[in-house]
Design a protein around this ligand. Structure first.
Ligand code: BGC
Length: 779
């Protein structure tokens, strides 16, 4: 019974009597974070999931899975909590950056490559969150309502593909309910569909703190309750078994699955030996891999007059806050401590030379200021980069003092904070010359901030909602002038709730008017202005949904002003999810970069120059305005969120409505152009499509990789859907034949009355580059 609850936050119980090791789990899915959210071990920060998915390339996902497996080995971790295979339903979903796409087929296939690669090295994957966790508002309580048809054809589909094709050794049950039943208690989903129908033999674990019951969850098929040590099951599961309300067979089944997991990951009978000499996160090998993976998923949304690729000998004005504060990852449990995040200004300057790139800061974008980068502060005692943390007891006695390599800490997980009544963070500021900055702290609590000429006390509140001190800690800062080497001391009283605490040293706030006039002046004097815009980590985060797709702050005004005066304008969008672009007609090129991970700036430079071909295709439809598209609101009504668009989510719904989005799912120009011809179809005896072959010719000036997409529009009321895709590389002028296997699982419809699948045999086949650029139609 003990084995069926976690031993602590991220490990499971050992049992020497049966040779069972303590299995270690780690988030996932974009890096192997380890046990604590901030300040843990440095580890590789991969491109975010939707950027990886934008490659539409199974090999890229295989490579990502291999890197994660090695990272897990380096950290002696048995299970990585990923991939996230919920779908991009509404573009407002806060956690879309962590999930692959709006399409069940694309998501299922890419997830399978990731899972297969991870598990090939004996590291378990966890397909999450089962089921219906497409948005974050009221995520722990919301009841997701959908028809059985929608459930089967859309939201179960990526899990079915992943389970059938790659058998993830664990699956994580979601926080939300589905049609009135909490996911952790969902017998129909966990036992009837996943385990019995699909033959799943792995472990179903709960999301963290999601399990609220004992009898219902244990009997539904949930195998493992996380985290431990105290869970509803440790309290009364044994009594329930004795009372006969939970059967011994159910418990045996949970234990058998757990032992099978242990055996699979090398934690039973013979402990696995962990390899040495794995490439370090900042090694050249990793840097090359992560730069290439990120750049190849970037999407060229617009490119007129051959503006891209950029030329080496031109002059550039690089503009915008995201050029220096480049966002490499989204917020929440997926966060990892990267060895570095290369900014776009550093990436482009090192690629083109400082004489070609002049940087100008843009408008303010963030509501919550981030923790200062360690390179900008030093420990006052040792002079090393980072900060000093001292803790004091009730009587004001110093209990402990230590150096931290980062400027933040998590005050719930750390043993040496035991007994603290007050925590003090101190640092000297490493600026080259005196200047105005925003100085303050991050994280909730009663703070006092002291530096030369400033002594202030204030309270920062918890962000409303679960995990509010943790995933989205608020910040407080004041405009202060600092000199090189100036000491800053911030202290905060100890509180019960888990939270993140950090020091903030940020750019002084400027008015948008002065930022925009500075940017316009810079843009006038060069060949090309490159404006970098994006969302902030407050917007693309676990725990909260966006409310608008508009860029924060006055970024739209900044782009418009630059485009008005520049000879040519390239906009680089550093965001993972759809963004509104009111200035689109006025700029020459747009590169959508996603959240590119630790090598961000080098990857953006490589994509802009064409060193790595930016052959990404969108994985989500971009609406032209707010409130558009088949699914918009993520706000539950009286606790329930209805998936009223049914099976017509994303491009399927847009196609049905006849309305044109700003950019279709599947859109991406790359750097060259393509011609299609000679399509052929192979069908199976029941009429379903097995494969499509088509010739594509690279008709442009640059090498390229074409992603041929096959859509099927069934006769009758069923929505159009992607049934397969294939890729091929070709040099200018080269013609290649592309073979695309088409998945039968996307060519069937769920008959709710019969509780059975019916094959979809007749309809139209559309071959092309997204539904906005169909090249061949076969009735
Ligand atoms: C997230 C999971 C994550 C878990 C452990 C939860 O808040 O929803 O995706 O794996 O925390 O950190």
């Amino acid at each position: 019974m003990r084995l069926l609850s976690g031993a602590d936050n991220f490990s499971l119980h050992a049992d020497d009597s049966i040779g069972l090791d303590s299995l270690v789990l780690s988030d996932g899915p974009t890096g192997v974070r380890g046990e604590i959210v901030v300040g843990g071990r440095e580890s590789c920060l991969l491109p975010n999931a939707s950027l990886l998915a934008q490659t539409w390339n199974r090999d890229a996902l295989t490579e990502a899975g291999q890197i994660l497996a090695e990272e897990a080995e380096a950290q002696r971790t048995h299970v990585v909590l990923g991939p996230t295979i919920n779908l991009h339903r509404s573009p407002l979903g806060g956690r879309l950056f962590e999930a692959f796409s709006e399409d069940p087929l694309l998501t299922g296939h890419l997830a399978s490559s990731y899972i297969t690669a991870l598990q090939a090295r004996g590291i378990g994957a966890s397909a999450k969150h089962f089921l219906g966790n497409e948005s974050e508002t009221e995520r722990t309580t919301v009841d997701i309502q959908m028809t059985a048809k929608t459930l089967r054809e859309v939201y179960l589909a990526p899990f079915e593909i992943a389970v059938t094709d790659s058998n993830p050794w664990t699956v994580m049950a979601a926080y939300n309910s589905v049609n009135g039943v909490p996911s952790t208690e969902h017998h129909e989903l966990i036992t009837r569909v996943l385990k019995d129908e699909w033959g799943y033999d792995g472990v179903v674990m709960s999301d963290w703190y999601a399990t609220k019951t004992v009898v219902e969850s244990a009997a539904a098929g949930l195998d493992l309750v996380m985290p431990g040590p105290a869970t509803p099951w440790t309290a009364t599961l044994l009594e329930e078994v004795r009372a006969g309300t939970v059967s011994e067979e159910d418990i045996d089944d949970h234990v058998r699955r757990l032992l099978l997991l242990a055996q699979r990951v090398g934690g039973l009978a013979i402990s696995r030996s962990w390899p040495e000499g794995i490439a370090a996160p900042a090694s050249e090998t990793r840097r090359e891999q992560l730069r290439r993976l990120a750049a190849s998923g970037m999407v060229v949304l617009k490119n007129v007059d051959e503006t891209l690729p950029l030329h080496e000998d031109a002059s550039y004005a690089l503009i915008g806050r995201h050029a220096t504060d480049t966002i490499g990852q989204g917020g929440g449990s997926a966060q990892v401590r990267a060895p570095h995040v290369v900014s776009i200004v550093d990436g482009l300057t090192s690629r083109l030379g400082a004489e070609h790139v002049a940087f100008t800061d843009g408008v303010e974008t963030r509501k919550t200021l981030p923790t200062v980068r360690p390179a900008l502060v030093r420990d006052p005692e040792t002079g090393e980069h980072g900060i000093r943390v001292r803790i004091f007891d009730d009587a004001g006695e110093l209990l402990h003092s230590r150096h931290l390599e980062v400027a933040e800490l998590e005050d719930s997980q750390i043993g040496w904070l035991e007994g603290a009544a007050r925590i003090e963070l101190s640092a000297t500021i490493d600026v080259r010359e005196g200047r105005m900055v925003q100085l303050g702290t991050r994280g909730p609590g009663n703070w006092r901030l002291v530096t030369d000429g400033h002594d202030g006390s204030y309270r920062v509140d918890y962000h409303p909602g679960p995990g509010g001190g943790f995933f989205r800690p608020k910040s407080h800062a004041t405009a202060v002038r600092v000199e090189p080497g100036q000491l800053v001391t911030a202290s905060v009283e100890r509180e019960e709730m888990p939270r993140i605490l950090g020091l903030v040293v940020s750019e002084a706030v400027r008015s948008s008017a002065s930022a925009i006039s500075g940017a316009s002046a810079a843009a006038r004097t060069v060949d090309v202005a490159i404006v970098v815009v994006g969302f902030t980590p407050d917007q693309e985060t676990e725990g909260e949904d966006k409310t608008t797709l508009s860029l924060p702050g006055d970024q739209d005004a900044l782009v418009a002003a630059v485009a008005n005066v520049a000879r040519r304008t390239v906009v680089v969008v550093n965001a993972a999810t759809p963004v509104l672009m009111p200035w689109l007609d006025d700029v020459e090129a747009v590169l959508f970069t996603g959240l590119p991970g630790q090598e961000a700036g080098d990857a953006v430079a490589a994509a802009l120059l064409g060193d790595v071909l930016p052959e990404g295709r969108l994985v989500t439809t971009f609406p032209g305005g707010n409130h558009r598209g088949p699914a918009w609101s993520t706000t539950p009504r009286r606790g329930a969120l209805e998936y009223a668009e049914g099976t017509s989510l994303g491009h399927r719904g847009w196609f049905e409505s006849g309305e044109k989005p700003a950019f279709w799912f599947g859109h991406g120009l790359g750097l060259t152009t393509w011609e299609y011809s000679d399509a052929q179809i192979a069908r199976s005896p029941d009429g379903r499509i097995d494969a499509v072959e088509v010739s594509v010719r690279n008709s442009g000036e640059h090498a390229g990789r074409e992603t041929v997409q096959i859509y099927f529009d069934p006769e009758g009321d069923e929505p159009i859907r992607l049934i397969g895709w294939g890729q091929s590389d070709a040099m200018p002028g080269e013609r290649v034949r592309v073979h695309v296997a088409c998945d039968h699982r996307m060519q069937r419809s769920w008959d709710q009355d019969a509780d059975a699948w019916i094959p979809l045999q007749t309809g139209t086949i559309l071959i092309g580059r997204g539904l906005g650029d169909v090249r061949v139609t076969i009735p």
